[in-house]
Design a protein around this ligand. Structure first.
Ligand code: ATP
Ligand code: MG
Length: 390
């Protein structure tokens, strides 16, 4: 009687012709994430992925698997031969284990016969196994409508028996949906935005703007720390860091004060687009959210968009702040995000920023600036590192 871990794939399993591609990516990511935990043997078997590992590593393996996108459920299973006596014994063992941890009063058996040649029909397997559980555990009852637990029996070339279904994030494996450049500030929103897109299979790169020496080195350290938390889910993150103090000074000197925020946002987008094009990245990602601050109005977004051609993905656009905070706590970026370091945007924060900017006005103001020169100059001094999970 072997113990294995099964992984259910959700959306990946629905991907039709691309399914093989998605599964291979996922298997590779699972292999990478678990190789230091006894290098489990990993194989696909009819819609699921299985890991054969030493049991001492199970908890650690499961906690790593929970952070891999594309996985919907994780179950520690008992694997037995598929003759009915072995299945009965396996079911008793699985049940005993769960009863040691939880007080269970009701259950229901759910059998799935992937092997259609199996001589006993699924409902009959369920009935036999249900009966043997009742015989062995006199304090539990069957409840077909609202059981406390299901005892799952998957009959394939072997039989996999499990009770626990541990929920993971679902989504799609990283790298199956192109690459994005996340504009990463030190705030609460942008790490969550990156997480949301990574969960849809986008491989992340990050770009941070600072105004050193007006902003401190510790402020940048904080952003790198955020990226290293995100890397737990998103894999290694190429991290670009750019000083825009010069640009902010120019805007401050030559443009109306109330346009500072929107003008510097347009510069951020232009710089981001240029880097993205150079690195073959397909889209920009921001943590913008409608109505949250002055620049995040429909008019603001329109004016920001027209500074670039590349799509700007804004996965948080319709979220409430409370929802965003909940996710940031869940992905463990919240505590770092709320550390009180200055951001480049606060350096020249206008007293009354325009909330409904008009593109003509903004373009008129930009005539006072040598845009291409300023963008290129900023990129020339770009710093680069690769952020790994911490
Ligand atoms: P966040 O919590 O992500 O900082 P926010 O609610 O503070 O967002 P803004 O300050 O208007 O909103 O920023 C909107 C978006 O612009 C951010 O989510 C981020 O994607 C990008 N951004 C803002 N400041 C920076 C920065 N210093 N470096 C990189 N991107 C930035
Ligand atoms: Mg911010």
């Amino acid at each position: 009687m072997d113990k294995v871990i099964s992984v259910s794939l959700g959306e990946v399993a629905l991907k039709g012709l691309n399914r093989g591609y998605f599964e291979r990516k996922l298997v590779k990511q699972i292999k990478n994430a678990t190789k230091d935990l006894g290098a489990p043997k990993i194989y696909k078997n009819q819609g699921k992925i299985y890991l054969e590992a030493e049991e001492i590593y199970f908890d650690q393996i499961i906690s790593r698997l929970k952070k891999i996108f594309g996985i919907v459920y994780i179950s520690p299973c008992i694997k037995v031969e598929k003759d009915i006596e072995s299945i009965e014994q396996g079911a008793i063992n699985a049940f005993k284990e769960v009863l040691e941890q939880k007080d269970i009063k009701t259950f229901k058996v759910k059998t799935k016969r992937v092997d259609k040649d199996y001589p006993i029909k699924s409902p009959d397997v369920s009935r036999r196994i249900g009966a043997i559980i009742l015989d062995n555990f006199p304090n539990v009852k069957v409840d077909v409508h609202n059981p406390e637990v299901y005892l799952y029996i998957d009959i394939k070339d072997s039989c996999y028996i499990y009770i626990e279904r541990i929920k993971a994030y679902g989504g799609l494996p990283i790298g199956t949906n192109g690459e994005g450049l996340l504009l990463l500030s030190g705030g609460i929103d942008s790490p969550v935005a990156g997480f949301m897109m990574a969960k849809r299979g986008v491989k992340l790169n990050a770009l941070h703007f600072h105004s050193y020496p007006f902003t401190s080195e510790r402020a940048e350290e904080k952003v790198k720390n955020l990226a290293s938390i995100m890397a737990r889910y998103c894999g290694n993150i190429p991290f670009y860091s750019i000083n825009i103090l010069n640009i902010q000074k120019e805007i401050n000197k030559k443009c109306p004060e109330d346009e500072m925020t929107i003008l510097s946002r347009r510069f951020m987008m232009r710089i981001a687009e240029k880097i993205a094009k150079d690195k073959n990245i397909n889209a920009l990602i921001t943590g913008e959210n409608l109505g949250q601050v002055a620049s995040q109005t429909i008019q603001g977004i329109q004016v920001i968009n027209s500074s670039v051609e590349m799509p700007i993905l804004r996965p948080l656009i319709g979220f409430d702040k409370v929802q965003i905070i909940d996710i940031s706590k869940e992905i463990e970026t919240y505590e770092t995000s709320i550390l009180p370091y200055e951001d480049c945007c606060t350096v020249f924060l206008p007293k009354h920023p325009v909330t409904k900017p008009k593109l003509e006005d903004i373009e008129e103001s930009e005539k006072n600036l040598d845009i291409d020169y300023l963008v290129d100059k900023a990129i020339q001094n770009m710093e680069y590192s690769i952020i790994k999970a911490k």
